[in-house]
Design a protein around this ligand. Structure first.
Ligand code: MG
Ligand code: ZN
Length: 219
């Protein structure tokens, strides 16, 4: 009798293999890659729009934007001035996987590229299980969605290296305990780097841009 492997485990190990290849490929070219994850509506696309406007001429970057049904996010990024932005329409799947990124990268010019952003599907559950070959996961949380995300989705915060808290301009209008969110997130993952930002007002974005400059310096 051949050994039986649960389907999910098999899918994930194949994904890990492809993600390993991706990581090697990106690393050998000196490309830093960030996988943006969050609930729907936290501001992943907005953060990328602001990043393109601020750093588009300074850092050679590309973006792949995953969405269940539309290409709207990639179109927004192109409208914001992205030189390279590609949609990945998952056709129902609630996460990106490494094979989707592998295919998307074939359409991108990787020469001279310094920074790759992957905008995942808005979902705090299964994207945490799918390695996309990225250097880091960046989890976004927004003030309007409530302050219970770290406790409810600890897996995502454990797997992330960075937490961006967006929409801080709305703090006074929402029951969002900023200190508690940070404390809970850090309790789950003490190494999280944290940014407080507002894509609407621009508050805090300078630190985010400086961090990206540092990540890609000398690459
Ligand atoms: Mg989006
Ligand atoms: Zn999923």
């Amino acid at each position: 009798m051949p050994e039986r492997i649960p389907i999910e485990k098999k899918v994930l190990s194949e994904n890990d293999r492809l993600a390993g290849e991706l990581r090697e490929k990106l690393k050998s070219r000196g490309i830093v890659s960030l996988n943006l994850v969050s609930s729907p509506g936290s501001g992943k696309t907005s953060l990328l729009e602001k990043t393109i406007c601020a750093l588009g001429d300074e850092i050679e970057m590309a973006m792949v934007a995953g969405d269940v049904q539309t290409e709207n996010d990639a179109n927004r990024l192109i409208a914001a001035g992205a030189k390279m932005a590609r949609p990945i329409v998952t056709g129902g799947a609630c996460h990106l996987d490494a094979s989707m990124i592998t295919r998307a990268l074939r359409e991108l010019d990787l020469d001279n590229l310094k920074l790759l952003f992957i905008e995942n599907v808005g979902n705090l559950v299964c994207p945490s299980s799918y390695d996309l070959g990225e250097d880091m996961k960046v989890v976004l949380v927004s003030v309007t969605e409530g302050d219970d995300k770290p406790q409810k989705y600890p897996g995502m915060f454990r797997k992330s290296s960075v937490m961006v808290i967006n929409k801080i301009d709305l703090l006074e209008h929402c029951d969002f305990d900023l200190d508690m969110v940070k404390a809970n997130a850090l309790w789950i993952n003490g190494r999280l780097k944290i940014f407080d930002i507002s894509c609407r007002t621009g508050e805090g974005l300078g630190s985010w841009f400086d961090w990206l400059r540092g990540l890609t310096a000398g690459k």
